[in-house]
Ligand binder design. Structure first.
Ligand code: 5GP
Length: 175
C-alpha cells in the first residue's frame, strides 16, 4: 500500500509482469515491421517508461520522437483537446507507431490520430501500455495493448497522480 498526496493506492501489476508483457509487444512489433524503419512517436509525459522499455527490446532500425500536449485546452465538440508540441520532422510516407501510456475515453488518441493522419504517413498503429475498454467513448483501433484494465484510476510506471508517482516501477490502483 502506498500514499500519494491525499490518496491511497494498492499494488496492481508488478514490474516483472509489465516488463514481460512489454517484451512480448516488442517481439510482435519486431516481427510485424521486419524490413521497415518505423517512427515511434512517444506521448509524454506518461509513456516515458513504457517507451524506454519497449524500444530497448526492439532491434529494428527505427526513429524515436517525442510529443506532448500543451497544458492549456480548447473546447471542441469532442471534448477538451490540446495543442500538440513537437513532431517538427516530416512523417510523410513513414510507418508510425504511437506510444501511449493509457487509452481511457480515447478522445486524446482520436485527436492525435487525426493530426498524424493529416501529415500523410504510410501507416499508423497504436501501442498503449493500458486500455480501459469500459471507458472508451470513440472507436479506436489499437494494435498493441499491454493490459486491458477496469475503469479505475492507476498510477506508477510513468503514470501520475497530480504529478507524483511516475517513478514507481510497477502499477498501483486507487484503493
Ligand atoms: P483519454 O483521452 O483516453 O480519456 O485520456 C488519456 C489520458 O488520460 C492518458 O494519457 C492519461 O494521461 C490520463 N489517464 C486516463 N486514465 C488514467 C489513469 O487511470 N491514471 C492516470 N494516471 N492517468 C490516466
Amino acid at each position: 500500500m502506498i500514499n500519494i498526496l491525499d490518496k491511497t493506492f494498492v499494488p496492481f501489476i508488478s514490474r516483472s509482469s509489465i516488463e514481460s508483457r512489454i517484451a512480448e509487444l516488442a517481439d510482435q512489433i519486431g516481427k510485424d515491421y521486419a524490413g521497415r524503419n518505423p517512427v515511434f512517436i512517444v506521448v509524454l509525459n506518461g509513456a516515458f517508461l513504457f517507451a524506454g522499455e519497449l524500444v530497448k527490446n526492439i532491434s529494428l532500425t527505427c526513429e524515436i520522437t517525442f510529443i506532448r500536449f500543451s497544458s492549456y485546452s480548447q473546447t471542441e465538440s469532442t471534448g477538451n483537446v490540446r495543442q500538440i508540441i513537437g513532431m517538427e520532422e516530416s512523417i510523410e510516407n513513414r510507418d508510425i507507431i504511437i506510444v501511449e501510456d493509457i487509452v481511457d475515453t480515447g478522445l486524446t488518441m482520436a485527436h492525435l490520430l487525426k493530426q498524424i493522419k493529416d501529415r500523410s504517413p504510410k501507416s499508423v498503429e497504436i501501442a498503449t501500455l493500458l486500455h480501459k475498454p469500459e471507458a472508451l467513448k470513440t472507436p479506436i483501433d489499437m494494435r498493441y495493448v499491454g493490459f486491458e484494465i477496469d475503469n479505475k484510476f492507476v498510477v506508477g510506471y510513468g503514470l501520475d497522480y497530480d504529478g507524483f508517482g511516475r517513478n514507481l516501477d510497477s502499477l498501483y490502483v486507487l484503493a
